[in-house]
Ligand binder design. Structure first.
Ligand SMILES: Nc1ncnc2c1ncn2[C@@H]1O[C@H](COP(=O)(O)OP(=O)(O)OP(=O)(O)O)[C@@H](O)[C@H]1O
Length: 247
């Protein structure tokens, strides 16, 4: 963890100025609201600056570590997002307002995470979402190393067979128990925490009833088979697909 001087405290007014250089005004207001509610006490630094969002780590009022995902308001791929939302009857956007679409997208990730977490699948526990901000469990590397859990593409697995079995199990349960397809599953969206794979980035996950779900499921399986080849694991596409579809 970084030293306290480097952290961004969200509750003192002098820090508002610093933070406003990093966040737009509306996002800052959302962060202050979440700080008032006790979900965030300090933001300690950046874990990742991605295409869709920036992810920070921090602490809540009980000094428990949290991951704070803040969706970018400017650079999101709206065309893609609107297609995903349009295929999911749980979400209706009223009009085309940019912010509203991002908020729906953020809420969609929160709901998908909740659904999977409540079924006992390995995803970060979602704590809350407000507008374009999602707060969830911070996944660390291991018992002795509390830095952020790395994505699978950045690690050399000791027991690849076990880890890939767990991932296939995830795909199966996600489809058959949660009624969801991740839709962007690969080594980049799976973090290794305490030697187990945790699936992240659930905003685009769709219901099985979505007409694209079969295509997305097949693509997810192909990606995982491809990633497993790095460890000379030859997983059978037909076996996995049949297992999931007949689950
Ligand atoms: N709960 C978490 N705990 C620890 N680290 C996390 C957590 N969630 C996300 N991260 C880190 O943040 C990165 C980006 O997260 P995520 O994939 O959800 O955002 P994204 O903006 O959609 O990313 P990208 O656009 O790069 O795919 C992850 O690769 C991981 O390193």
């Amino acid at each position: 963890m970084r030293k306290l001087e480097e952290t961004k405290r969200l509750k003192s007014s002098e820090d508002k100025q610093v933070s406003s250089e990093v966040f737009d005004d509306k996002t800052l207001k959302v962060l202050y609201k979440l700080a008032k509610q006790g979900y965030i006490n300090t933001l300690n630094g950046v874990i990742s600056t991605g295409k869709e969002a920036n992810v920070f780590y921090g602490y809540d009022d009980d000094m428990m570590p949290v991951a704070v995902k803040i969706y970018r308001v400017v650079t999101l791929d709206f065309k893609k997002i609107k297609e995903y939302i349009a295929g999911d009857p749980r979400f209706k956007t009223h009009g085309n307002k940019t912010r509203q679409i991002i908020n729906t997208w953020t809420n969609k990730e929160f709901k998908n995470l909740s659904r999977l977490y409540n079924l006992g699948l390995r995803v970060p526990e979602p704590y809350t979402s407000l507008e374009n901000v999602l707060i969830m469990e911070y996944l660390d590397k291991s018992e002795d190393d509390h830095s952020a859990a790395p994505p699978l593409n950045k690690v050399k697995l000791k027991d690849p067979k076990i880890v890939f079995d767990e991932i296939i199990n995830f795909i199966d349960k996600c489809y058959n128990e949660a009624d969801l397809v991740h839709g962007d599953l690969s080594q980049y969206n799976i973090l290794l925490s305490h030697n187990h794979p945790y699936v992240i980035d659930l905003s685009q996950a769709t219901l099985r009833s979505n007409p694209s779900s079969r295509m997305l499921l097949e693509r997810d399986i192909k990606n995982i088979i491809y990633d497993a080849k790095k460890y000379k694991l030859n997983l059978s596409y037909d076996d996995i697909l049949n297992r999931v579809l007949n689950g």
